[in-house]
Design a protein around this ligand. Structure first.
Ligand SMILES: [Zn+2]
Length: 512
């Protein structure tokens, strides 16, 4: 196959899957040819694309890969720039932002919000902004927890950097542009060493609480239809009454989606605190399948119902018909929680820093609006220098990073290195001798886990059996980590303390 066959195939792919219009075809084809430094016209003959192959494609990989192969072979790019180059190629055949906005507006009117979202999501996948072939490599399983199923994935979709790239990264100058990974100015940016190419990024504008915001899908896709909702302005994360309004209004526009915000403190928050943003998506999380433990009423909020959910983290749920009222109820609880101290159970709201925070998650339940408020605290102590209400040291071999919004909802994103390490542990359980106690070994940190598993199951398991017991063990660890993060523990003293908090806030338990 010559290069023109591949160029023509990509154009056919874009017409079929990226909503490329007929009057843009020549322009886009030239844009691709420019990137490949091609100067001859070719149509017909052996260059005619296989239209069946085009039609049945669900990702663009096999259409763009021959083009980057060609560019490397011709010396147009270096091996290490393949990713950036492929994004540039796909960017040239993806509709420009104004067109995507028009499509989205038209879809909202003609096919409804559900299908409009699915079309936008599909564009993200077909343009490879969401790298589905990488996401498909992720390992995923469910763990039957004592409260409900937890979801666990080992994230293999963020590629490991090779040495050549790391060396280039060291010499790359800091440009301060784009200001951060979430800023609007990323759109169309060609990327550089250590900063992803964004020619295929597309987002749509939405209005939340009368502010200009945008919505895009997440390139890492931690769950189905994982989207990022972000302010048009580069302004720091903040949690206030308006946050609740914005989260709830998002679920008014897109009733099938959830929307949650990370807390604004380290350890209990997300990785980007400099740009106001939320996580959303079309996937209900484990926390959404919980049952109420207690129901409450409050005299100032006769139109709202409050629940404490049977969840690992301390979860107060506010439910009502009206966005402003649910936001009032949520803000009422937030304000009390922020200053709440109960030394009996180790909750201290302030030392030199403030420690109490809230992780809110909004969603629709029928015609109602619901807001889960996960009560968090990030205080550290001598015994727990990484956080008292954080994964305890005995679980750091599985997860040491902050437990942010997504984990707190019951979906664990574990680092990619674990895939290889668990593979080696599986071999030990099948009888292979590996010196895991060696301080140099990647398995050293799993010593306790390995010894427990060997003691319980021996070393003559089948591969499948060993994978099952490892997944079970890790599921148990994730469950224990969530217990660690609970400010009110699920024991007598923790439950009493939770009731004390609710009662001090003026709540009356229903059914007593
Ligand atoms: Zn920013």
């Amino acid at each position: 196959m010559n290069i023109h066959y591949h160029v023509n195939s990509l154009i056919e792919y874009a017409k079929e899957h990226l909503r490329m219009r007929e009057d843009d075809v020549l322009f886009a084809k030239n844009a691709v040819m420019n990137l490949l430094d091609l100067h001859t016209d070719t149509m017909g003959g052996e260059e005619t694309p296989d239209l069946d192959r085009v039609k049945s494609a669900d990702i663009p990989d096999s259409f763009v890969r021959p083009l980057s192969d060609y560019a490397i072979e011709k010396g147009l790019i270096e091996d290490v720039d393949r990713g950036l180059f492929e994004t540039a190629i796909l960017g040239a055949v993806t509709p420009i932002p104004s067109q995507v906005n028009d499509y989205f507006k038209k879809d909202l009117k003609e096919v409804g919000q559900r299908q409009a979202l699915l079309n936008l999501y599909d564009l993200g996948i077909k343009s490879n902004y969401i790298k589905l072939s990488d996401v498909r490599r992720n390992v995923y399983w469910r763990y039957k927890g004592k409260k409900c199923d937890l979801e666990i994935t080992i994230n293999l979709s963020k590629p490991e950097k090779d040495n050549k790239e790391i060396a280039r990264l060291k010499n790359a100058p800091a440009t301060g542009y784009p200001k951060c990974m979430l800023c609007e100015e990323n759109v169309g940016y060609k990327g550089r060493v250590g900063f992803p190419a964004r020619q295929t990024l597309r987002f749509v504008p939405i209005k939340l609480n009368n502010e200009e915001w945008n919505m895009q899908y997440s390139p890492y896709m931690y769950y189905d239809e994982h989207c990022i909702i972000f302010s048009k302005k580069h302004t720091p994360m903040i949690l206030e009454r308006a946050t609740f309004v914005k989260l709830l209004e998002f679920t008014k526009i897109f009733p099938d989606y959830i929307a949650g915000s990370n807390a604004c403190l380290p350890i209990v928050g997300g990785s980007i605190l400099t740009h106001e943003h939320y996580q959303g998506g079309g996937h209900l999380m484990p926390v959404h399948f919980t049952q109420p433990r207690w129901e409450f009423k409050h005299k100032d909020f006769p139109d709202l119902t409050f629940y404490v959910q049977e969840w690992y983290n301390s979860d107060v749920r506010v439910v009502g018909q009206d966005i402003q009222r649910v936001a009032d109820g949520a803000e009422f609880i937030r304000k009390i929680w922020i200053d709440y101290t109960d030394e009996k159970v180790g909750i201290i709201s302030k030392t030199t820093d403030a420690h109490n925070a809230i992780t809110p998650i909004a969603r629709r339940i029928g015609s109602n609006y619901s807001m889960d408020l996960l009560l968090r605290n990030n205080r550290v102590s001598e015994e727990y220098p990484d956080g008292i209400f954080h994964a305890h040291p005995e679980y750091h071999n599985v997860k040491k990073e902050g437990i942010g919004l997504i984990e707190a909802m019951g979906l664990f994103i574990l680092p990619g290195r674990l895939d290889k390490e668990f593979g080696a542990i599986s071999e030990i359980l099948q009888g292979r001798e590996i010196d895991y106690k060696n301080p140099e070994s990647m398995l050293k940190k799993h010593e306790r886990m390995i010894e427990e598993l060997v003691k319980k199951h021996g070393t003559s398991m089948s591969k499948e059996e060993s994978v099952d017991v490892i997944r079970d063990y890790v599921g148990q660890v994730c469950e224990n980590i969530l217990d660690n993060t609970a400010v009110f523990k699920d024991d007598t003293s923790g439950r009493d303390a939770f009731l004390r908090f609710m009662s001090q806030a003026g709540f009356e338990k229903v059914g007593e």
